[in-house]
Design a protein around this ligand. Structure first.
Ligand SMILES: [Zn+2]
Length: 431
């Protein structure tokens, strides 16, 4: 029997409500016991004194770029970057080349993940063929192949009738539909939030209403169909209010927010740094505050990275020409720890939004340190200060607004299925 003994850490398990200093014993890939003063023989011991011991993080929204854009990222590099950030399960979006709208692509991703990624990887399949918003994919076949949800992320299904059919079919097969809610016509050429920042920068603005309008439509369609709508990367106070109201009247809706939309306002774009260009864009202070509050309240279930690698030659262009998106895995924990330090959310609630919450959204059997649970575990040093240099990270790309900054809070050990796959001193150690 293989045993790992994680000793002396602050165990934070939202699934069982535990928040106390204890030892965690892992036996043959599963949680054996959580307790104090346990005597463990023949175990690999990990000293977690001063650290948090939590379920591994679950990311509902990442771009691993394989197949087709391996110069930006691939499943191996993305998986390494994920475990270095404490993520043990990553759900990857369908906007690859070819698009994941065919079970053969879903199979390919799962096969690559099994062989090359230290993190678990589960594919999200496209809702419509070619992400064109016109013809539904064969959702049941994609689900049988292993797709955990459906999304045209990067694009919005602008035709309400198509969206309704997608939701009806998803409900029938019991799958969530994750949406990138931005009205393409309202976005227009917008590249930053419409408001003072777009005026000062002299760049076309993307109004908050572009998101809010689509969230309103999709909530109404979720209510009409009874489907499970998951709102991706919420960025506006208006969307938060609509989601809160829909939840209160019983609509099956869940939501996620990214670390960058929790931490940065549109002011970050004022230097024309293309590493502050995202879709949806960084918003106003009031929007950021609304998202932070909604996360703390649980109106937003999950923190999702929207990890979106782009090569230097793509980002190193003028603001309007650069593709939107930033890296997410390795900085996520440090960035969102700011909410704990500001007293806006408790440690166990933050851990819930990173692990138990997202696992529940996509109905995955992870995000728990209960006896018998799969031993996907993150050990986190909440106070460790470190200089973030993306060149020393695991992603193939380096596009991060936090590049060169000193961050506080760092994952130090990550275990997947009871096996240590990352250690801050040794780096990624498997596969
Ligand atoms: Zn998106």
């Amino acid at each position: 029997m293989s045993r790992v003994w994680i000793a002396g850490g602050r165990v934070l398990d939202p699934a069982s409500g535990i928040d106390r200093v204890a030892d965690v014993v892992i036996e043959d890939g599963r949680i054996g016991a959580v307790g104090s003063g346990v005597e463990v023989s023949g175990a690999e011991k990990v000293d977690a004194t001063g650290c948090w011991v939590t379920p591994g993080f679950v990311d509902l929204h990442a771009h691993l770029r394989e197949p087709g854009q391996e110069y930006k990222e691939d499943i191996a590099s993305g998986g390494r970057s994920a475990v270095a950030g404490g993520f043990t399960l990553v759900c990857c979006m369908a906007n690859t080349q070819p698009v994941n709208d065919d079970p053969a692509v879903t199979d390919y991703i799962l096969d690559r993940a099994r062989n090359d990624s230290p993190a678990r990887v589960l594919p999200i399949a496209a809702a419509t063929k070619g992400l064109e918003g016109k013809i539904m994919t064969e959702m049941a076949a994609l689900q049988r192949a292993g797709a955990v949800a459906f999304s045209d992320d990067g694009h919005t299904i602008m035709d309400g009738a198509v969206m309704r059919r997608v939701l009806e079919y998803a409900r029938m097969i019991g799958a969530p539909v994750s949406v990138h809610a931005e009205d393409r016509h309202l976005v227009g050429q917008g590249v930053v939030n419409e408001g003072p920042a777009s005026t000062r920068l002299g760049l076309p603005g993307n109004p908050a209403a572009a998101e809010t309008v689509l969230v309103a439509r999709d909530l109404l369609l979720a209510e009409l169909t009874g489907a499970h709508l998951h709102v991706g990367h919420v960025s506006t106070a208006g969307a938060v209010d609509l989601i809160r109201a829909a939840r209160e009247r019983g609509v099956h809706v869940t939501a996620e927010v990214t670390p960058h939309h929790l931490a940065l306002t549109e002011d970050a774009t004022l230097g024309y740094d293309t590493n502050t260009k995202m879709a949806p864009p960084l918003r106003s202070k009031a929007d950021v505050e609304a998202c932070r509050r909604a996360l703390a309240e649980g109106v937003i279930d999950a923190i999702a990275t929207d990890h979106a690698p782009h090569a230097p030659h793509e980002k190193d262009v003028e603001f309007t020409a650069a593709p939107p998106g930033v890296l997410g895995f390795e900085t996520a924990y440090a960035v969102v720890m700011d909410l704990v330090r500001a007293g806006e959310i408790s440690p166990i609630e933050l851990v819930a939004r990173l692990s138990t919450g997202p696992a529940r959204v996509f109905r995955q059997p992870y995000g728990s340190l209960a006896k018998g649970a799969v031993a996907d575990v993150a050990i986190l040093d909440p106070d460790r200060e470190w200089l973030y240099d993306p060149l020393k990270g695991y992603s193939k790309s380096h596009n991060s607004p936090w590049a060169g900054g000193t961050l506080r809070g760092r994952p130090v050990v990550t275990l997947v299925g009871g096996r240590i796959v990352y250690d801050v001193e040794r780096g990624v150690v498997a596969p």
